[in-house]
Write a protein that binds this ligand. Sequence first.
Ligand SMILES: [Cu+2]
Length: 441
Amino acid sequence: MYSLSKVFKRASLIVLFLGCTPGANAAIQGVTGTPDGTGVTFNLTTSTSNIPTPDGNSVRMWGYGVAGSPMQYPGPTLIIDQGTQVTVNLTNTNIPMKVSMLFPGQEGVSATGGTAGQFTQESSSVLGDTVTYTFTAANPGTYTYYSGTQPGLQIEMGLMGAIIVRSGTADQAYNDPSTQYDREYLFVLSEVDPKVHQDVEFGLLPMINNTVSHSTFWFMNGRLGPDTFFPDNSSFLPNQPYGSLAQMHPGERVLIRVVGGGREGHPLHLHGNNINVFARDGRLMSSNGVSADLAVSDYTIQALPGATYDGIWEWTGEQLGWDIYGTNAGGQTHDCNDVAPVDGFDDVTSEYCADHDVEIPVVLPEKQETAFGGFYSGSPFLGALSDLPPGEGGLNLNGGLFFMWHSHNERELTNDDIYPGGMMTMMIIEPHSAVIDPGNP
Ligand SMILES: [Cu+2]
């Protein structure tokens, strides 16, 4: 648990936050491949680049990229429809050792071209060869791909990415109606030990050993906090195209896809509510093979390396014990409009009707239930704005509620020992009157 006030009283960070434009993050970014008659083809390359870190440094990385585009960290998210025959052509542009790709959880994986490695066929930048991988995306869900060539080093260097296989039903993660969602976000978690990357930059190819490796950077979607808040495809992060800022309206069902993309486990904590996790590693948590009857409500997702997790996260203000919607505050005049089928929630605002008009308690809510610092709107009520003390606020134009979503390993909230940073982003609960996140649905 980290208090928001600690984070946002840092003036230097607030300057950075001013560039953050709520609403600029669209649906999960990725590539869908080119139709090839029998399925889709992705043409990928691997190459090297340096990525900036918010402490003012940079780190040499290796990454996958779409052919003709810069390499990226993590690699391009491959978005595929269930049942599609997939071809991936991989060409190693300039990484000074052979590279490859593994596709755990996919069916009928085969590889041709290049030279045979320990796990699969590999591409050499010296030989200039191309490896062709094929598989069938038989099952919907969230998956990962990564290098199968000396993976201890190459995953550390950045050769990994996510795969999303879409079910045949729109806005439903799996072939089970309980996995329906209104919007979705992907969080690929990873880490970097800069000493290893410096060795690589100096021409060494060290063997990675977890007993001597000491990560000091922890990433969400290949970015370090506060870069995580910036929109997708920000021009100053040319090799880190994926943002992590999440937004929703009360009452929506938000699908959270988590990928353990590195070599270490990371406890991802979503403030504001538990998450109902219904799938692991691209498979429904099911005793009957049909429904997610083994889904579990979790406080923290213990994201393991190579594993994936899917769950639904919701927020309505239910059980706060006071009317956070401030029906009579902030000039809002709506009633608790709960018409049939009566479920206890306002049909327009998602207000929890039992708390309608219940005054804010004299005992203030826990800090993690509200927004402080630069993200304070001047009012404790959702969607309401008010005057702010000098030097505070101005970053919350819609009167939203900001929940920090972050690693619960507090060391991972730093950038090379500088706090705050690292594996940290925000979920912003925006009132229904606010237009957010175009394209996610
Ligand atoms: Cu916390």
